[in-house]
Design a protein around this ligand. Sequence first.
Ligand SMILES: Cc1cc2nc3c(=O)[nH]c(=O)nc-3n(C[C@H](O)[C@H](O)[C@H](O)COP(=O)(O)OP(=O)(O)OC[C@H]3O[C@@H](n4cnc5c(N)ncnc54)[C@H](O)[C@@H]3O)c2cc1C
Length: 466
Amino acid sequence: MTAIVWFRRDLRLHDNPALQAALDSHEEVVPLFCLDERLLHGRRRSEARMAFMRTCLVALDEQLRARGSRLILRSGRPERVIPAVAAEAGATEVFAARDVSPFARARDRRVADLLSRQWLELVLTAGLFVVEDPAALRTGSGHPYAVFTPFHRSWLTQPRRAVTPAPTELPAVPLEIESEQLPPLGELPPSCRWTGGEPTARRAMALLLEGPVERYEELHDALSDPGTSELSPHLHFGTLSPRELELRLPLTPGGQALRRQLCWRDFYAQVLAHNPGNVHAEHQPRYRRRIVWEKSLELFGAWREGITGYPLVDAGMRELLATGWMHNRARMVVGSFLVKDLGIDWRWGEQWFMRMLIDGDVASNNGNWQWIASVGVDPQPPARRIFNPVLQQQRFDPDGRYVRSYVPELQHVPSAHLAEPWKMTPELQRVVGCVIGRDYPAPIVDHALARREALARYAAALNLKD
Ligand SMILES: Cc1cc2nc3c(=O)[nH]c(=O)nc-3n(C[C@H](O)[C@H](O)[C@H](O)COP(=O)(O)OP(=O)(O)OC[C@H]3O[C@@H](n4cnc5c(N)ncnc54)[C@H](O)[C@@H]3O)c2cc1C
């Protein structure tokens, strides 16, 4: 009996429930990846992420070959490809890891329907999250969670599946089942620090567990001395199992703080699973399509390019352009700046992030953008989530190492002036080679004024009559 393992965002052999389930119940297993043209050309396409994914696929094929198998790559719509390969292989079942986005769920329903016409079943397993199915968690009154803290409490008590090792040998794939060549899929950003693939992801996990995890709680917000795991691209493509990572985390303050962040990932996955409409609209009905946003392409362009005149915002946005990634603290600051200071629709920021991030993930990105825009789950009054970019810089990049590494124009600006370079005297500006308006922009908005306007914008939305 033959099974297909349809790899999607679980590009690994260790702790892969879909692969394990196929091996447990079938003698022959055909590993398949479908290069869906919508990934390459759809609304959420990203050259950087596809280039990263390519490195994951190359590594997966190598891992499979080292065990006697190989990856079958086919391009086209999964609705056509999966039933066709299943028929070629004489498969009886197709295994895949359950995903949460509306796109993935609609795709899987269509594929399952087409397979059922061939008397085949699409079996969806766990594999993408820490708990078996985050969407199955319910409040005491039986509702899905919309607030993180109670979700976290319940999440900690959920049973966990056992972690399985990578198989040492795999059945060979019959020669008649042909694979396409993996085409080039775009370019990684010029200073990208990540390459994909399970071996790289596992090395990164091992390095983290050897020591840095112990300092995670203390350093996770520090921009100048980054202390986060930087595992998000690996978790997004599943070259690392979130469940295995969680299992290996120590029960120390650092390990527990990182465990809590993995819970945010599961939390936003269940939010999206229960609220597919969030991909288009505000989660909170009182704000849904009621906020009047600025439509300035000029301001949006300055934000995207990192030329807003606020050094921390500019450093974050340039980090994204240069590396395809951004530190979480910077993501919050640039997100708040776009939505609250510039008054621009959070969806514009969300889309730009999806285009640029190698860890771009519909559930986490949408959930976090709605959070920072104060329109999503875990609600707080808008004033609580307006980040002052000057104070954030002074607090989280006190010696300016982060800002200076991405905004070279500010290289020689003294640390005391680095968060507000426009306050340097004209003479000092000349001396340090950073004349505001010539070498580095003046702030494009006044934060104090923008803050008042933001609060008025949200208040007006609440006062709108239906
Ligand atoms: C506006 C905005 C957009 C974001 N978009 C994405 C996105 O597209 N993809 C993405 O993976 N994360 C996103 N995040 C969450 C977070 O910024 C990244 O997960 C984190 O910066 C990744 O770095 P790390 O691996 O070093 O994280 P660590 O701090 O080491 O955390 C470990 C893991 O926990 C998860 N995690 C941590 N924080 C969050 C969070 N707030 N929400 C969800 N999961 C979290 C990630 O998988 C991360 O790799 C976004 C945050 C903001 C504010």
